[in-house]
Ligand binder design. Structure first.
Ligand code: NAD
Ligand code: MG
Length: 384
């Protein structure tokens, strides 16, 4: 039986790698739905190659071009924001790869879960914003949520066969990003192009900046709490610049399990697609005999204050992670457009977290309102 896959965000870093995995196992997987926001040329190329039944282009202005290109190939083309919902709620797929970046991924992912579909979750913002609601709905609708984020895939793999065993803590490893060891007097002058050079991973622009500020690890702490039902104090971050150990689970008997390998997102993507099976692959293997020391250190949260802000949001909970995420999205896009400096991103997020009223147990509507309020306030600070 081929598994029919819907790739939400097919033109992104996760989406294109998911298509590579699918093309290596055509007998097992079929790309049935592809969606993208605006890279219409790549979307058309992907659709002509993979022949999905449905394609969604988010940007309305690109709709006609995509439709004209794909109608002869009998691909149904939908356009606009609502089309994402239409695709997420069809019966024509079995599993969603949630590869949209940012808050925009929340709604279609929730819709897939409500339809009882399996979800391979790359879009961490979905859990940062509304993790309680998302995980509750996943249980209610028996929708498996399988992490793709490499650290969470590592933890997920370590937990196979351990369902009854208590976790003492999880240790999320962090590369430290391109500015590991740097201090504020250096970071204040950092520019976009430098921050976009990640030492170990090639990823979309937003997550690459989040990795440089360590916000990515903060978002991942919150993601881990919801995925694995942990207390905030059970989630620890450890800097490991080589990115070979992808994360560690420590059990109550003191035993630790780690998952390791050469950094390559195709591995966690393939594992999510094939779980509980593993499939043969030609991904590079780590060689212990090569001179490459594995090192570990604590994160510098005094310099990389985004991680401290995210930890605060993790512990306080409520709508604070949602507010943190919204302010961060605004700040990162402003930095990418050279509107604010590297360290200004932290100030924008901190002030927005102080501003938006705290809600202890928000409804989904209240999460949307908090997101909107935080975006408006953060944009006002930057004078966008
Ligand atoms: P990317 O920017 O490369 O791709 C994003 C995709 O989402 C594109 O296809 C784009 O068209 C689509 N998109 C963007 N905005 C949209 C919107 N408003 N509505 C609908 N679609 C939209 O991003 P990426 O690096 O592939 O990351 C995707 C998600 O996966 C992020 O949440 C990221 O944190 C997570 N993730 C990525 C990696 C990685 O290696 N790239 C690793 C772990 C987790
Ligand atoms: Mg990660």
């Amino acid at each position: 039986m081929t598994k029919r896959i819907a790739i939400f965000g097919s033109t992104g870093s996760i989406g294109t790698q998911a298509l590579e995995v699918i093309s290596s196992h055509p007998e097992l997987f079929k790309a049935e739905i592809l969606t993208a926001q605006n890279n219409e040329d790549l979307l058309i190329e992907q659709a002509l190659r993979f022949k999905p039944s449905i394609v969604v282009i988010g940007d309305d202005k690109k709709y006609q071009k995509v439709k004209d290109a794909l109608t002869p190939a009998k691909v149904k083309v939908l356009g606009g924001e609502e089309a994402l919902s239409e695709a997420a709620t069809t019966d024509s797929y079995d599993m969603m790869i949630a590869g949209i970046v940012g808050f925009a991924g929340l709604k279609p992912t929730l819709q897939a879960i409500e339809a009882g579909k399996a979800v391979g979750l790359a879009n961490k913002e979905t859990l940062v914003v509304a993790g309680d609601i998302v995980m509750h709905k996943a249980v209610e609708h028996k929708a498996p949520v399988i992490p793709i984020d490499s650290e969470h895939s590592a933890i997920f793999q370590c937990l196979v066969g351990e369902t009854r065993n208590r976790i003492e803590k999880v240790i999320l490893t962090a590369s430290g990003g391109p500015f590991l060891g740097k201090k504020p007097n250096y970071l204040v002058n950092v520019k976009r192009d430098h921050a976009l050079q990640h030492p170990n991973w090639s990823m979309g622009a937003k997550i690459t900046i989040d990795s440089a500020t360590l916000m990515n690890k903060g978002l991942e702490m919150i993601e881990a709490k919801w995925l694995f039902n942990l207390e905030p104090s059970q989630v620890q971050v450890l800097v490991h610049p080589q990115s070979i150990i992808h994360s560690i689970v420590q059990f109550e008997d003191g035993s630790m399990k780690a998952q390791m390998g050469v950094p390559d997102m195709k591995l966690p993507i393939q594992y999510a697609l094939s779980f509980p099976q593993r499939l043969q692959s030609n991904f590079p293997r780590y060689d212990f005999k090569k001179p490459n020391q594995l090192t570990f250190e604590d994160p510098d949260v005094k310099t990389f204050r985004n991680l401290a802000l995210a930890t605060d949001a993790l512990f306080k909970g409520g709508n604070l992670p949602c507010v943190l995420n919204a302010a961060n999205e605004i700040a990162v896009y402003a930095f990418l457009r050279n509107r604010i400096g590297f360290l200004d991103m932290t100030d924008v997020i901190e002030r927005t977290m102080e501003q938006v009223p705290f809600i202890e147990k928000p409804t989904l509507e209240e999460y949307y309102e908090s997101d909107g309020e935080a975006r408006n306030f953060a944009a006002g600070l930057i004078k966008l």
